[in-house]
Write a protein of this length. Structure first.
Length: 202
């Protein structure tokens, strides 16, 4: 057993040396996910007019359906850093966004399979800039990662996120206003504000 652990450590160290921001190799991560809970953050972008920004998912562990985009926290990575990286990579929003200071809810998830079979999930509400536009590139509506605004929670939310039904609801945020981040200005509005703050405005 000791030799086996040392070999795994060697593989892990070798991989991280060349891919410091990528986490574990897929096969090793899947093995680890059969041995210990995985911590992840989910980012629910909410807009009072547009609704909720969800992503299409299609894989052997979650199945097909809409889901709240998220990311797995890496070893010794701050939750805030993973939140930012998730918004940038999953929502294609590189700047000028904010999220709640604390999670809206924390849930334990136990899917009916061993691999990726236990998650501790932290849900955060995200506010995107007013001029944010979805960038789906060449993705079609049935491709994994396709983004779409939803006025209400769709019936085909992936089963492993059923616990989020109560939070994909306008009424929830109308009542719990502190869980909806304050609106952010658009990039042009921010530039104008910066000019005024420095006395550069006309």
């Amino acid at each position: 057993m000791k030799n086996f652990i040392e070999e795994l450590d060697t593989i892990k160290d070798y991989y991280r040396a060349g891919n410091p921001s990528q986490g574990l190799p897929e096969e090793l991560f899947l093995f680890v996910s059969r041995c210990t809970p995985i911590v992840n953050v989910d980012t629910l972008a909410y807009d009072k007019e547009k609704g909720f920004l969800l992503s299409w998912r299609d894989d052997e562990y979650a199945g097909k359906g809409w889901h709240v985009p998220g990311g797995i926290v890496r070893f010794k990575e701050k939750v805030e850093d993973r939140l930012q990286k998730t918004v940038i990579s999953e929502l294609k929003c590189p700047r000028n966004f904010t999220f709640t200071a604390s999670p809206v809810t924390v849930q334990e998830v136990f899917p009916d399979h061993e691999t990726r079979g236990h998650f501790v999930s932290f849900l955060y509400t995200v506010r995107l800039p007013e001029d944010y536009e979805i960038d789906n590139g060449s993705l079609s509506a049935t491709d994994a990662g396709f983004l779409q605004w939803h006025k209400e929670c769709p019936d085909n939310l992936v089963e492993c996120q059923d616990m989020y039904f109560p939070f994909i609801d306008h009424q929830f945020y109308d009542i719990n206003t502190h869980l909806s981040p304050d609106p952010l200005p658009s990039e042009s509005q921010q530039s104008q504000q910066d000019e005024e703050d420095c006395g550069c405005g006309s």
